[in-house]
Structure formats: structure tokens, C-alpha cells
Design a protein around this ligand. Structure first.
Ligand SMILES: NC(=O)c1ccc[n+]([C@@H]2O[C@H](COP(=O)([O-])OP(=O)(O)OC[C@H]3O[C@@H](n4cnc5c(N)ncnc54)[C@H](OP(=O)(O)O)[C@@H]3O)[C@@H](O)[C@H]2O)c1
Length: 271
């Protein structure tokens, strides 16, 4: 009975293809990797903390799921290209890539030095373009593929206190929207998910009046978006309301946020 179950799940994995998730060692990426593996995909996680990836993928494998890991600093162009090429060789062209790895300085502009800005722009915006350089031509040959960018609500609605992070996520969202036109007839999809405030390592030092949603809620939205591609999807009614307000009444929304900023802007907790 055990071997029948194993071969069925193996068949499911072969049918489903492989999904790459960057930044899979914690938070939204970890929840997404686990979800895709549970749905029967061959789930491939990338991050710098190899030990965390080993723990996560070993646990998934013990449950009979297909999970693989690659340790890589995705802010390094050579290493990013190399790991993407290695995945192509070892697993073939992924059916989808979730560009989730990200960094946020969580600082006011005046405190945010040029190294913080470079880190945000490199990992949040440039690194996905280096991976696309490797995966896009293969997806184009196959005439299928789905590239999902994890942006942020901050890419559309301006919040004070994290301006250069917002700029890096806006760059990513704009890239995705524009590139989508180029590949509209190539059978390739581009989607963006723009989470609001989420309870993860990234925000553990922030206290906020707005409730933090779970990483799982974003993973669920990423999976739904994988099934039904689209731009600027967000999780939670409050974030949907903010996004709609920004689209319909950009100036009013800007003014409301400016006047309420002392309440709504997440504050750094005193350590
Ligand atoms: N939390 C929020 O409120 C929120 C809101 C909107 C959008 N987002 C976005 O959601 C994504 C995931 O963030 P999270 O909230 O889940 O935070 P997180 O728990 O801190 O996860 C960040 C992930 O990125 C990886 N990473 C960081 N630097 C990397 C590098 N140089 N190379 C490879 N991987 C790297 C981290 O792994 P290693 O440290 O092991 O490398 C980790 O797996 C980010 O793009 C973030 O901007 C988060």
C-alpha cells in the first residue's frame, strides 16, 4: 500500500512540473514552498541560509513530497546566474518562478544610507532580472511559464518610513507590467502579488496599528495567482480597500496617509 501511494505521488510530481521559490528559508517564501510541495509540485527553494532550507525540505521529503534546495546569495549576479543555470540542468525549465526574496531597511529616507539603498535595489529589483535572463528564453522555447513577482502594497500606495524599499518594489512592479506586453503572445504569464503588512522576520521589529496578516495568507494568494494570473493582487480586505482607494482617489489617499501617518506607520520596537 505504501509503495502504491509513493508511486502515485511521484506521478503527480512528474505531471505537475517544478516551481522555484526564492527566499524560501523563512516567512512568505517558506509558506509558499511548503504549499506548492503539498499541492504535488516539485518545489525548489533558494536562499542564503542553507541549513534552514535543509530543515524545511527534509521535513517535506519525510512527508513524501518533492522538495529541493539551493544555497545562493541572490544579490550576487554571477551566483544568481549560476544557480539558475544549475536548476535548468538538474530540473529543466520551471513551470513557475516565485520571485520572493527581498530585503527592507525599514528606515526613514534620511537614515537610509547608500548601502541600504543598493541592497534593496539589487535584491528586490535587479536579481529577478538576472534570473529572467536565464529562464525566459527557455520558457519562450517551450511557449509556457509563469513568473510571479512578490512586490508590496508600498509599490502602489505611498507609506512614509520606507521610501527606497517602496521605490525598489515599484520598479519591480513596473518591469512586470511592461514585460507582460512583450510576452503576451508567447504563452508566458507575468503576475504581481502586493502584500500588505505581514508577520515575518522582516517585520518582527515593527509594531503597527494595522494588524499584521500571516505569511500563509500570502502563500494562499500566490497559489491562487499561479492558477489565475493577474497583476497587483493583494491579501486582506483592508489592503484591497487601500489599493482601490489609491487607484480611484490617488491625491485624497496621499493626503489621508500624510495626516494619519503617526497612527498608521509601523514603528520600530525599542530593543
Ligand atoms: N513582511 C511584510 O510585511 C511584507 C510586505 C510586503 C511585501 N513583502 C515581501 O515579501 C517577500 C518575503 O519577505 P518576508 O516578509 O517573508 O521576509 P523574510 O522572512 O525576512 O524573508 C525574506 C527571504 O528572503 C531571503 N533573502 C534575503 N536576502 C537574500 C539574498 N541576498 N539572497 C537570497 N535570499 C535572500 C531570506 O533568506 P536568507 O536570509 O536565508 O537568504 C528569506 O528567505 C519580500 O520580497 C518582501 O519584500 C513583505
Amino acid at each position: 500500500m505504501r509503495s502504491v501511494k509513493a508511486s502515485r505521488s511521484q506521478k503527480r510530481v512528474e505531471d505537475a512540473g517544478c516551481i522555484v521559490v526564492t527566499g524560501a528559508s523563512s516567512g512568505i517564501g517558506e509558506a509558499t514552498l511548503r504549499l506548492f510541495a503539498a499541492k504535488g509540485f516539485k518545489a525548489i527553494g533558494i536562499a542564503r541560509r542553507g541549513q534552514k532550507l535543509i530543515t524545511i525540505t527534509d521535513q517535506l521529503k519525510r512527508s513524501g513530497l518533492a522538495a529541493y534546495w539551493y544555497e545562493c546569495d541572490l544579490s550576487d549576479k554571477t551566483a544568481t546566474t549560476r544557480v539558475s543555470e544549475q536548476i535548468l540542468v538538474e530540473h529543466g525549465c520551471p513551470q513557475a518562478v516565485v520571485f520572493n526574496a527581498g530585503v527592507s531597511a525599514n528606515k526613514n529616507f534620511s537614515e537610509n544610507n547608500s548601502s541600504d539603498r543598493l541592497d534593496e535595489m539589487t535584491l528586490n529589483y535587479l536579481s529577478p532580472t538576472w534570473m529572467l535572463d536565464v529562464f525566459l528564453p527557455q520558457a519562450q522555447k517551450r511557449r509556457s511559464g509563469h513568473f510571479l513577482a512578490i512586490g508590496s502594497l508600498a509599490a502602489c500606495t505611498s507609506f512614509p518610513g520606507n521610501a527606497t524599499y517602496a521605490a525598489s518594489k515599484a520598479a519591480l512592479a513596473a518591469l512586470w507590467q511592461s514585460i507582460e506586453h512583450e510576452y503576451a503572445h508567447a504563452g508566458i504569464s507575468f503576475s504581481t502579488v502586493l502584500p500588505g503588512l505581514i508577520e515575518t522576520e522582516m517585520t518582527e521589529k515593527l509594531s503597527a496599528w494595522i494588524p499584521k496578516r500571516s505569511a500563509q495568507s500570502v502563500a494562499d494568494l500566490i497559489y491562487k495567482t499561479f492558477e489565475k494570473p493577474g497583476m497587483a493582487k493583494t491579501n486582506g480586505v483592508e489592503n484591497q480597500a487601500i489599493l482601490t482607494m489609491t487607484r480611484l482617489f490617488p491625491e485624497t489617499t496621499q493626503n489621508i496617509i500624510t495626516s494619519l501617518q503617526s497612527f498608521i506607520v509601523p514603528k520600530r520596537k525599542k530593543s
